[in-house]
Every structure is written in C-alpha cells, then in structure tokens.
Design a protein around this ligand. Structure first.
Ligand SMILES: Nc1ncnc2c1ncn2[C@@H]1O[C@H](COP(=O)(O)OP(=O)(O)OP(=O)(O)O)[C@@H](O)[C@H]1O
Ligand SMILES: [Mg+2]
Length: 258
C-alpha cells in the first residue's frame, strides 16, 4: 500500500527571497513513486529555488512539501535529507573531502553506517556510476564529468526516495552525457531532473513539467510538450537546431516504478 504514497507532493509553495524578490507563486507538483519527471523552464523561472525547498535548504514561505508522506520541516530535516538526494549543478558544491571514498562515505557515515557495511555501501555507489577505481583519488584531481559522477554517487549511497538533479547533463561531453543517461535509466528510483537539455528530457523522462514565473505552467508527456510549439514559445523553450521530437522513436516502456 505504501506505493500509493507519492515520492513528492508540493502544494501551494510560494517563496520570496530575503531581498523581497518572489521566486515561487504557488507551485503544485506531485511525483509518483518510480516516475522520472523533467522540470523545464527558462532562466530565472524558479527551478533551483524549488529544488532547494525539497530538502529544506530554503524554507519559510507558504505551502508545503512532503517526501514519501513526511513533511519537510525543521524537525524532520535529518530524515528528509536521507530521503531526498540532490545533485547540485556544480559538483564542487558537493565534494569537499580529501578522497572520493570519503566524500561518498560522508552521508552514510553520518547516518550511522560503519566498518564493512559502510565500505560496501561506498563501493556499490561508486560502481553504479563507474567510478570504483577512482575511490582513493582526490575529487579535485578529477575531470568535471568524473566529479559529476562522484556527486551522483554521494547521493546514491544514501539510497534516496527521490533523486533530484539540477542540470545533470551540463558541461558533459557527449559520451559522458549518454553514460549518465544509462546510469539514470538503470536506477530504480524516483527522479526529478531540472534540465535545459530537451532531448535529454525526452530520452529519460516520460513526463515533463514547465515552471514559468514561479508556477507550473504545463504538465504532460514530454513528447507532447516538446511538440506543442505555442507552449514552447510561451516559455522560451527551444529545441536544438534540427532536432524533431516527432522523429525520435518512443523508447519501449521500461519496467518503470517498483
Ligand atoms: N539568493 C537570491 N536572492 C534574491 N533573488 C534570488 C536569489 N536566488 C535566485 N533569485 C531570483 O529568483 C528567481 C528564480 O531563480 P532560480 O535560480 O530559482 O531560477 P532557475 O529557474 O533555476 O534559473 P536557471 O535556469 O537560470 O538556473 C530569479 O528571478 C532569481 O533572480
Ligand atoms: Mg537554476
């Protein structure tokens, strides 16, 4: 029956920054268990502001956020941060330990894992992203794409209820971009992915929502949204030159949720 509880329920979320700039004006968004949803929208729409509410980095506005039924508020913050894995746009905001292994171990160790159990958890997360042989390297010696993968591993090690990625494909070379897509597809986890990379959204996410001026302006299948020229224009979304979403064959339905 627990599958009936959505991974994420955002309701009436409104938020103004301390300088008075209002970024969110009542966001409603529900993401079911095992769904992969792309969060699209122009620069300044409020996407990152929304993401920062999902694990309580920002709070104090109106409305509510629930993760697997648990309200995001100060009393639950430790549990919420175990459940919500955020991969920030810049991996350097996430990696701060002397070695890759320590970075990936940080969260699980804080959650109480020790010894062989902790080592196994770190190895598993690094293997998932193909970075096991980098465990003893300092993160700052890695390339950007490698650091992005390690950032994903730090989050996977927590076995989150929902994986939230802010611009995961930015600054990746085409092979790394595809490899990250393969990793994301292979995971059995709910995903909310902020992206300006519309082909990536189409490839990975059956459903997309458009955040525009601090509200959800559209919600539907990614293919339909990308083919809706009026909606796309209204929200400053543009497909790459020569890319026709109609010409991309639908990916065979995967096993989807759990
Ligand atoms: N710390 C801040 N103080 C005041 N205003 C802010 C702050 N951070 C963001 N904003 C404003 O809030 C609005 C939403 O910003 P946000 O970063 O959420 O947009 P975004 O959709 O993530 O954009 P992008 O696609 O460029 O990453 C913008 O108008 C921005 O200028
Ligand atoms: Mg942003």
């Amino acid at each position: 029956m627990t599958d009936a509880v959505p991974s994420l329920e955002v309701s009436g979320l409104a938020f103004a920054y301390p300088d008075g700039h209002q970024a969110l004006f009542g966001v409603d968004l529900t993401v079911g268990r095992g769904e992969r949803v792309a969060l699209l929208g122009p620069n300044g729409a409020g996407k990152t502001t929304l993401v920062l509410h999902l694990n309580g980095i920002l709070d104090g506005g109106a409305g509510s956020v629930r993760v697997a039924g648990l309200p995001v508020d100060k009393r639950n913050l430790a549990e919420i941060r175990r459940r919500v894995g955020i991969v920030f746009q810049d991996p350097d905001d996430q990696l701060f330990m002397p070695t890759v292994r320590e970075d990936v171990a940080f969260g699980p160790a804080a959650a109480g894992l020790r010894g062989a159990e902790l080592a196994a958890c770190v190895d598993k997360a690094l293997s998932l992203v193909g970075m096991a042989e980098f465990a003893d390297r300092p993160p700052h010696h890695l390339s950007f794409g490698q650091r992005r993968r390690v950032a994903v591993a730090t989050v996977l090690a927590m076995e989150p209820e929902i994986l939230v990625l802010d611009e995961p494909s930015s600054n990746l070379d085409p092979a790394s971009r595809r490899e990250l897509a393969d990793i994301l597809r292979s995971l059995d986890v709910t995903v909310l992915m902020v992206t300006h990379d519309l082909p990536y959204a189409l490839e990975l996410c059956e459903r997309s929502v458009i955040l525009s001026n601090g509200v959800i302006a559209a919600d539907g299948t990614t293919r339909e949204l990308l083919c809706d020229e009026e909606t796309m224009r209204a929200h400053r979304l543009e497909l790459p030159f020569g890319f026709d979403p109609r010409s991309v064959a639908a990916r065979p339905a995967t096993t989807g949720g759990r």
